[in-house]
Design a protein around this ligand. Structure first.
Ligand SMILES: *[C@@H]1O[C@H](CO)[C@@H](O)[C@H](O)[C@H]1NC(C)=O
Ligand SMILES: *[C@@H]1O[C@H](CO)[C@@H](O)[C@H](O)[C@H]1NC(C)=O
Ligand SMILES: *[C@@H]1O[C@H](CO)[C@@H](O)[C@H](O)[C@H]1NC(C)=O
Ligand SMILES: *[C@@H]1O[C@H](CO)[C@@H](O)[C@H](O)[C@H]1NC(C)=O
Length: 382
């Protein structure tokens, strides 16, 4: 029988106590009241003094409305990242907001530059456990943004680094302007956090090739942003150029490149605030043109040629031929293969020949996760 349901319990009466409380008990009660009062005083003081309110605000909606009603008069209001990624801005409003750039280059507060990892995916992130391990212990140096199909409902636990990192999204199709729109949307959302200094676009089939520390240093020490851009004279390169794009874009400026980029903040700003090239690409780079392979490389080649390395940080294997790069599955991920991933060289880093050329690789199937988890500590260093 359950506790408390014992019928005999009802009949048990309290022992007959005296009606008048003894003076000792009154004293104790009084002391207790005084204690309660002083504790609440101290609490109120602490809440005002420290920023407990802001951390509480995210979990207690009632408190949040109180906080929001207060006038925003200090600098925090301008430098704190939004408390939630879910906003109600349209793309037009978002791009406008994200195009704000401070004119003073010295920050009047301590700013630790972060890397924004922007995941472009249809839905799930099958390699999430690998990424979780990569990020572990580096809180404060990265932030995460996920663009998936609007209909997709993510199911990350509140302990996951991916929890509530979805941004308001729209359907994006390969080769279409909607893909560039998705990338600009990711950049714009990430630009709203003023501590984000580097912006990496990755997909659900990408993996990091080195530990976080090396990745962070490699990106932050680089003079250049990493955007693949090359002049391809073939029909699938210059052949996709349309004369109607001139005079904004002429054929000698036309570039091709992979969409998996790493951009410094100044170039991310350029992309979200572009109103010169976007309409040209939207109107004259129609489906057979594959606009997502040309818009960013061409635009940055015209606007900031001295700031891009013209190569991507993401390795992909085209050696098997065909229109799609190789996808690596469970049986491909061997010790031999993992060693090979670090051996791909022949590139320039800050003007010098470098031994590390790629920080990320694709494409890895969901089935490869188990082998990757097993081999990553020894071969990838995380
Ligand atoms: C990260 O990797 C580099 C090179 O693989 C290694 O030298 C370094 O010790 C690693 N750092 C950490 C914190 O594991
Ligand atoms: C980048 O700079 C940091 C600190 O300035 C240094 O410790 C690190 O070795 C550098 N890393 C690379 C990859 O150049
Ligand atoms: C394209 O632009 C470049 C640089 O502005 C210029 O030198 C070149 O003459 C132009 N070519 C054409 C075909 O207009
Ligand atoms: C990238 O290409 C542009 C021309 O397309 C060039 O001006 C620039 O110097 C190149 N960047 C590097 C790092 O070589």
């Amino acid at each position: 029988m359950e506790e408390g349901k014992d019928p005999t319990a009802i009949t048990v009466s309290k022992p007959n106590q005296s009606r008048v409380l003894p003076p000792r008990l009154i004293q104790l009660l009084f002391l207790f009241l005084v204690l309660c009062f002083s504790i609440s005083l101290v609490l109120v003081y602490m809440i005002r003094k420290t920023e407990v309110t802001t951390t509480l605000a995210s979990s207690i909606p009632i408190l949040q409305t109180c906080v929001e009603e207060q006038p925003k008069t200090d600098l925090d209001h301008w430098i704190k990242p939004p408390s939630t990624l879910l906003h109600t801005m349209s793309d037009e409003e978002l791009l406008w907001r994200a195009s704000f750039v401070p004119q003073l280059k010295n920050y009047p507060f301590t700013r630790v530059p972060k890397i924004a990892f922007m995941f472009l995916t249809k839905g799930p992130l099958p390699l999430a456990p690998l990424w979780e391990r990569f990020f572990k212990g580096h809180e404060g140096l990265y932030s995460i943004y996920i663009h998936s199909l609007p209909s997709y409902e993510a199911k990350f636990s509140h302990k996951s680094v991916f929890y509530k990192r979805q941004i308001p999204s729209q359907v994006a199709q390969w080769g279409r302007m909607s893909m560039c729109d998705a990338e600009r949307r990711l950049l714009a959302n990430a630009l709203l956090d003023i501590s984000n200094e580097y912006f990496v676009l990755v997909s659900e089939s990408c993996i990091p090739l080195y530990n976080f520390t090396l990745t962070y240093h490699y990106i932050s020490n680089s003079t250049y942003s990493f955007m693949g851009a090359f002049d391809d004279p073939s029909p699938v390169g210059r052949g996709r150029y349309n004369r109607n794009m001139s005079p904004e874009v002429n054929i000698s400026q036309w570039r091709k490149g992979s969409q998996w980029f790493e951009l410094h903040r100044n170039l991310a700003s350029l992309i979200v605030s572009d109103t010169t090239y976007y309409p040209k690409f939207e109107a004259f780079c129609r489906p057979a043109c594959y606009v997502d392979e040309h818009y960013f490389p061409t635009m940055l080649t015209i606007q900031a040629p001295g700031m891009i390395a013209n190569r991507s940080l993401t390795w992909v294997d085209w050696s098997r031929g065909g229109p799609h790069p190789a996808t690596f599955g469970k049986s491909d991920v061997t010790e031999e293969f993992m060693k090979k991933l670090h051996g791909i060289q022949n590139c320039v880093y800050n003007g010098e020949p470098a031994s590390i050329c790629h920080l990320f690789a694709r494409k890895f199937s969901p089935g490869s996760l188990e082998s990757l988890m097993l081999l990553a500590p020894k071969y990838l260093g995380y």
